[in-house]
Design a protein. Structure first.
Length: 100
């Protein structure tokens, strides 16, 4: 048994130009195939990563919107409370003055 890889022609003193070209072409096709496979895997990983980032970004946007809604709700509550308090104060003041 030889120590030579199976895809190489048997060792001899000479090789024809066609044999060398066939070997180079075979290697080029195999490398091209492997590069295409790696490119597809890389595209797949980038797509998955993009989906994860987009999901996190969407969650982040929702959290910001919830914070804005909560803050505007608190402001509405505060304004309503203050205006109600002013209304009650005016009503009591007018009542004490002998109005109504």
């Amino acid at each position: 048994m030889t120590d030579q890889p199976h895809h190489l022609p048997p060792l001899s003193d000479t090789a024809t130009l066609r044999e060398v070209y066939a070997l180079v072409e075979s290697t080029r096709v195999q490398l091209s195939s492997q590069i295409d496979k790696l490119g597809a895997q890389l595209d797949n990983e980038i797509t998955k990563l993009g989906t994860q980032v987009e999901g996190k970004f969407t969650v982040h946007q929702v959290e910001h919107q919830q914070d804005r809604d909560r803050r505007s709700g608190l402001i509405r509550w505060a304004v309503t409370s203050i205006l109600s308090g002013i209304g009650v104060f005016i009503a009591i003041w007018v009542g004490m003055k002998g109005g109504i």
